[in-house]
Design a protein around this ligand. Structure first.
Ligand SMILES: [Zn+2]
Length: 293
């Protein structure tokens, strides 16, 4: 039996999974990343997560894929200067390869996500796929003919496309970007007269039928619809798959999102789907890197 190790490197936890070629996770490990303890400890934790599952099944490990927050250099397998990890200029691919003597691949988590959906998830069987993650930020991955399109290294930073040039200030400099409108912080900025500190709280309120919470998510759907219509104009993909923790609020934003896309796009828009990988998207996406042809 052949297996792949997929590693989902996050600011809080690092998850590793032993994955079959068909995308079944047969063993898993989760360790705290301990970002506050510095580079050495974080690297040790990543290696530990791999070590824990490496020998859990009989068979051959054909590769290790790591999905990491960017920015990073795909070709050299180096993490450059991530915001929430002490891994500045860290040649993680080489470090892991040297330790385990297994071919290793590193890419940003959004590319991995899109690749995972294309290989194992909601976009399985489609050639041209756009993956969009909704969370603390908004990430994107563009798969063309089964391969991620990386541009000069920063392609698919779709979270920073402007949807309103007079819109809210954004750290990226592109004020009014979709991330400033519809990622976690942006979402909370639209609430009026309700006391919520997290999007989870807002989601819980919406589920209880709170009108203001439902109005905010419907508004978010409208913003997402604008961004997605622009993406369909640019790429006309076969399918767009939305993941990330905020995609759980799909029942509250999908209607207005789809209406806005239909209203703004001049032809029949492509299919817009919800993630089929759920909480395993990170591990499976990283594993899919190894299978990329
Ligand atoms: Zn931005």
């Amino acid at each position: 039996m052949q297996y792949i190790i997929g590693v989902d490197l996050g600011g809080t936890n690092t998850k590793a999974g032993l994955v079959t070629r068909e995308g079944k996770i047969v063993a898993r490990a989760e360790v705290p990343t301990e970002a506050h303890k510095g580079q050495k400890v974080v690297i040790k934790n990543i290696l530990d997560s791999i070590e824990k599952i490496k020998n859990s099944k009989k068979g051959k490990i054909i590769g290790i894929g790591i999905g990491s927050p960017g920015p990073l250099d795909f070709k050299s397998g180096k993490i450059l200067n991530p915001v929430n990890l002490p891994l500045k200029n860290t040649p993680l691919k080489n470090i892991v390869e040297k330790k385990f003597k297994i071919k290793t691949f590193l890419d940003n988590d959004a590319n991995c996500y899109a690749l995972g959906e294309a290989r194992f998830g909601a976009a399985k069987g489609y050639k041209n796929v756009l993956g969009m993650t909704l969370g603390t930020g908004i990430g994107g991955g563009i798969i063309i003919g089964g391969k991620p399109y990386r541009g000069r290294g920063n392609a698919a930073e779709i979270g920073h496309m402007t949807i309103d040039y007079k819109g809210p200030k954004s750290k990226c400099g592109n004020d009014g970007c979709i991330e400033a409108h519809a990622a976690a912080k942006g979402i909370l900025s639209w609430t009026r007269n309700i006391d919520v500190e997290s999007t989870l709280q807002l989601y819980t309120l919406a589920k209880k039928g709170n009108k203001e919470a439902k109005r905010v998510f419907s508004q978010i759907g409208d913003f997402l619809g604008i961004a997605i219509a622009n993406l369909v104009y640019a790429f006309d993909p076969d399918i767009i798959v939305l993941g990330g923790k905020i995609s759980n609020a799909w029942p509250f934003f999908s209607k207005s999102m789809n209406e806005t896309i239909r209203k703004r796009y001049f032809s029949k828009p492509c299919e817009i789907a919800r993630t089929a990988l759920g909480r395993d998207a990170g591990i499976l996406g990283a594993a899919a890197l190894v299978l990329e042809k």
